[in-house]
Design a protein around this ligand. Structure first.
Ligand code: NAI
Ligand code: MG
Length: 497
């Protein structure tokens, strides 16, 4: 494919990308000839269509990947890395374009979320591209007369199944790592957000050899399931719900192939009496991902606040969220966009209703609904901070994936650590204190894959990311995760005698 011209009108771009997969370096319609609509969640209007992927499309994409993988794996690891980094550099030139399209397709605000995600996408490719020369093995002092070593080999064709909340970043974490390690990739996008990742695939295919990176759109049972079950797919990396994660894990078990699963969370944020209140409040806003309508697996949705600062903390948190502007995701002034789909909208509303019915709980509704009549059908939900919650309430145990957080008052340190860990999830956690001993103790005891003190950062290239308990299996975004999850280790012994 030739150089790709930047298209800054996302409506035009959505139409241009409509109705196609990207297989073997070329745009193709679904074999069954079907498409499904893609909606703008800020208005409800259809912005384009996506190819309706089924088993025959999966067969074509996996066959292309299998054929291309051999040549790709034969390239010197650094040469592969250079091409992956080049994808990152070219994608960096499309940040604004990709930001606009992802804002249109997912309802995430352009300034606070969508453009940022497009930028991290590019950075993730540059990061992994630099790791080609790190695909090292070891020499082992097994026997003085023998040379014993290990080598890292690619697994073959990798399937990446991604959700709609941060499709660009999550795709990059999986695909860039898999590619550098010498694998070929078939991505299945989420049905709610198939277009921006398809644009990314088009841009990547202007750099990579055909067939190395393929993109399918479609629904879970019709397209995701045959991809996982395909005999030539040798590894699955999945991000999404616990429920679907279990289905994927079972299907992979039938074939005895490895999986990486990233399945969400209910992350605790513990604010101690001695915390820097300004920073903690800003950290709660960032951690809850209010700008993303709370649609984050890492959302710090359980806020354990010490009783001595509770009221002040809640007042400041409410004031900060009140000051955030909800509106057209494409408007630079907007802080908070929309929920992704009507089904997620209904689900979040049902949790808000449940919170309102919870005895002892009080709902603090924040910000303002947009008054622009063009957005009357938009999937906007005002953020809600519930106080008076107990950790055992369903609202504190189940992942809501919306702008709803629960504040739980605490007084005893041992009890709050126990409550923070009393969750089926274990993705992220944070503690806010100036006391080094408390910070050290809590980081050791909190049951989560990603624990932070006095901050709530998101995924960072180079830092292993993933969960414990039902939050998942395996890690992503780092060198170690690439070696562990996208390669096989081969042990080789040379007997010199
Ligand atoms: P989902 O887990 O059903 O969808 C994620 C991806 O899996 C999509 O690409 C979907 O098409 C695919 N999929 C669905 N069924 C499949 C199957 N049988 N085989 C293979 N692939 C399949 O998540 P959904 O329905 O979009 O959201 C439901 C809830 O899941 C959310 O409310 C949230 O709690 C959680 N979630 C967690 C995410 C995370 O980042 N960990 C991301 C998205 C959702
Ligand atoms: Mg689902």
């Amino acid at each position: 494919m030739a150089d790709i011209t930047i298209e800054s009108d996302p409506f035009k771009l959505a139409r241009a990308l409509s109705g196609r997969h990207l297989i073997d370096g070329a745009f193709v319609a679904a074999k069954g000839g079907k498409t499904f609509p893609v909606a703008n969640p800020a208005t409800g209007a259809e912005i384009g269509t996506a190819a309706y992927g089924e088993a025959a499309d999966v067969d074509a994409a996996v066959a292309a990947a299998k054929a291309a993988q051999k040549g790709w794996a034969k390239l010197a690891a650094r040469s592969r890395g250079k091409l992956v980094a080049e994808c990152g550099r070219v994608l960096a030139g499309h940040v604004d374009e990709l930001g606009r399209l992802i804002a249109l397709e997912t309802g995430k605000a352009l300034r606070t979320e969508s453009r940022v995600e497009a930028s991290v996408l590019a950075d993730m490719f540059v990061f992994f591209g630099g790791l080609g020369s790190e695909l090292k093995g070891e020499t082992i002092p097994f026997n003085p007369d023998m040379m014993t070593l290990t080598m890292r080999e690619p697994v073959g064709v990798v399937a990446c199944i991604i959700p709609w909340n941060v499709p660009l970043l999550l795709m990059a974490m999986k695909a860039a790592a898999a590619l550098v390690a010498g694998n070929a990739v078939v991505v299945k996008s989420a049905e709610e957000s198939p277009l921006t990742v398809l644009r990314v695939a088009e841009i990547m295919n202007s750099v990579l050899p055909p067939g190395v990176f393929n993109m399918l759109s479609g629904f879970g049972p019709e397209c995701g399931a045959p991809l996982v079950a395909h005999p030539d797919v040798k590894k699955v990396s999945f991000t999404g719900s616990v429920e679907t994660g279990r289905i994927v894990y079972k299907a992979a078990a039938e074939k005895l192939i490895p999986v990486t699963l990233e399945l969400g969370g209910k992350s605790p944020m513990i604010v101690c009496a001695d915390a820097d209140l300004d920073r903690a409040v800003a950290g709660a806003v960032a951690g809850m991902r209010f700008t993303r309508q709370g649609q984050s697996c890492t959302a710090s949705s359980r806020l354990f606040v010490h009783e001595s600062i509770h009221d002040e903390f809640v007042a400041r948190l409410k004031a900060k969220v009140d000051a955030m502007v909800m509106g057209d995701p494409l408007d630079e002034k907007t802080d908070i966009g929309t929920i992704i789909s009507t089904s997620q909208f209904d689900r979040v509303q049902s949790y808000i209703a449940l919170g309102r019915e919870t005895k002892g709980a009080e709902a603090h509704v924040c910000s303002k609904m947009p008054d622009d009549p063009r957005l009357a059908k938009g999937l906007f939900i005002q953020p809600v901070i519930f106080t008076g919650m107990r950790n055992s309430n369903r609202l504190c145990q189940e992942e809501i994936f919306g702008p709803v957080c629960a504040v739980i008052k605490w007084s005893d340190y041992e009890t709050v650590i126990a409550q923070a860990n009393d969750s089926e999830y274990g993705l992220a956690a944070s503690i806010w204190t100036r006391d080094l001993h408390t910070a050290m103790d809590a980081t050791r005891r909190l049951e989560a894959g990603f624990v932070q003190v006095n901050q709530n950062l998101v995924v960072q290239p180079g830092l292993s990311y993933g969960g414990t308990k039902t939050s998942g299996i395996g890690r992503e975004a780092s060198l170690e995760s690439m070696l562990e999850h996208f390669t096989h280790k081969k042990t080789i012994i040379f007997n010199m005698l």
